[in-house]
Design a protein around this ligand. Sequence first.
Ligand code: SF4
Length: 441
Amino acid sequence: MKKILLVHPWIEDISAYDFWIKPLGLLAVGTVLKETGCEVALIDCVDRAGLGAPDKRFGAGKIPGVPITKPAVLAHVPRHFKRFGMDDVSFDARLHAFGRPDLVLVTCMMTYSYTGAFRAIRRVRAAYPGVPVGLGGNYVSLCLTHARKHSGADFLFPEKSWPAIAGRITRILGAAYPAGRPAPTLIDFSFYPKLRSVAVITSRGCPYRCTYCAAPRLFPVFSQDDPARVAAALAFYTERYAVRDIAFFDDAFLVGAARHCHRILEGVIKQRKRGLDLRFHLPNAVHAGAITETTAALMFEAGFKTVRIGLENSTPGFHADRSSRKLTNQAFERAVGHLTAAGFTAAELGAYVLYGLPGLTPASVLKTLKIVHAAGIRSCLATYSPVPGTPDFERAAQANPMLRQEPLLHNQHLCCHDDPASYQQIRDRANAVNHALMASL
Ligand code: SF4
């Protein structure tokens, strides 16, 4: 029996918050390997339940961290750097408890998080010299040349297509992995000793192709799973793992609503009527233009508790230039109206407002905040992170060519330091109005 170890590494950054995150691609690979007879274990360095970290709201919360030396390239950033997640003694103990694996698979989700993944690879190598190590995730897909040069992994998995990943693992492991098998709808979350929430993804990519977003770059073809199978998977998770909180990580959950999310939500509503007490969350933005009266009512009845709308910027022409006309300010206001009429409170709703995107002025960000607050919901300030291969990355790289060589400089927190006074003013304004709004509830 082949022994496979999965590793979701530490986050080394300025801050780290767990919005129900799970390494779904890694878990999907692990699920199929386990079903085909391999012995599979997971070390999730940032699993807050395993670390005993307290929840803040609905199973989300801060990941504990310890101060570390800042990478030299970030020496100019006036913030402390930390390693978030499991301590080294626990990590090494878990490595040794599993025994020598036949293959180790490490994931790295953000381009600017690679230092945590490289560290995991080094520790695995020190414990088990000669064991092959594979590295995948968005970092590898978006920064393949950097990963080839610096990661130290034996195999890189830049593919996002499931058959391609399955084919590669088949070749590494021999006959143990059946090539051609579809991606599993049911993820095996029993790799987690304690589980407070699960994450799901029911579609890949997004048809809007915004010039700053990773979704169209990672998944050029938009696809959605069978809604009946998704609804069955949600029922299975809640019964098997007794979790209440489920987060959808789709980039375009509401696109084609009648054929996709309505059918999932109708399935969920049936389960709620059988007594399942569920809370759903949409930490990724949803499209305001897709929020009709029917969609809002179904979302409320299904038990959504966290809904984030992607407004990004309200400047006339912004969405025509950068997002295939996905939204108008009127469509945003209509969407908020439908959601509040359905029963959602301001505490459950928020709108993402983008800061730091090349070409967007601080004045336009302040104006967008006003529009969000006038609609009666909270703003969620999202700082821009350059995504290699997107048109806005090219704009950003013209101003700072080092972005092409050093993924640590993609860190979303860095754009706050280009113009700290403006950022602080915007942040203070957003916080003040958000607090006033919450106090009025
Ligand atoms: S609409 Fe959202 S998910 Fe789709 S491309 Fe634009 S930013 Fe990305």
